[in-house]
Design a protein around this ligand. Sequence first.
Ligand code: ASP
Length: 347
Amino acid sequence: MDFAGEHVLGVDQFDLAKVERLFEVADRMLPYARRERITRALEGAVCGNLFFEPSTRSRLSFGAAFNRLGGHVRETTGFAFSSMAKGESIHDTSRVVSGYVDVLVVRHPEEGAVAEFAAATRIPVINGGDGPGEHPTQALLDYYTLCRERELRPGSLSGATIAVVGDLKYGRTVHSLTKLLALENDIRFVCAAPPQLQLPDALVAKLRERGHRVEQTGDLADGLREADVVYATRIQQERLPAGLELEGVQERFAIDAALYDRVCRPGTVLMHPLPRDSRNDPNELSNDLNRHPALAIFRQTDYGIPVRMALFALVLGVADEVDTTAREARWYRPERFGPHDTRPMLT
Ligand code: ASP
């Protein structure tokens, strides 16, 4: 099973064997992501991060993951400071940058644009989010987190109830994640959202075709009741069509500690791709859950590093050379990253 030279554009290119290989490599990246060890597997390699849409997590975590493999990162953010502001095509930009770097990570506001970058180059291109389309690496790290939280291997989630909550229509992470989880058998997807933000019909049909159960509800408490995992999402304000009426929706689909304790089964895992929209109170996962052991959102972001390291190592063909160049790291590191973390990092 080899990914060398492949683009990573969408989750449909993954089957269970590929997911297993990726997760097995990600497991081996944990000591590097925990900053216990240093590797130089990608020493001399350069990654180009082209981000044409806002990002904190994806851009920094792709960059840090590449750095932790010993490689360098060059990046450009937004259109204003790139030659696209002078009318350069995706084709030309992609071909030009291919002469500078060994792998490209691209985020773009238009669905399909990252595939256009890929069509114009022979270096691997990784989709860092293409508008309302896909966010495959987020889905892979979500799947990895989910497996680690429930102590399961991919392929053994059969019978699980996954509640997806919030903006299921315009949120690309939920599209990628549900499609990826469709590799499992007999998942029960409970979609809790107002009708105007429900999961697109075509996706519902696809999940059902693959033998999964899909239930839709406009009542949040109903949606949470039997969930093993809750995946909350932000309303994608930047993608909503003008005039869409969403009065009161944020409040009706916000989960706080009282609601969790009242309706969720003990141990229900709480996930979110982040960012939480903290301009309004309550937000999708209230701050009063920050100390709750079920809140996996920062474990999710932490796992983004080993998963993205594994992807880079695989598409550049060095996955089995990471340990041969390793040595111990000596600088200070805390045992837990955050003030409210309930577990040591990346366990
Ligand atoms: N960070 C995720 C994305 O880029 C989720 C979000 O923005 O709500 O799609």
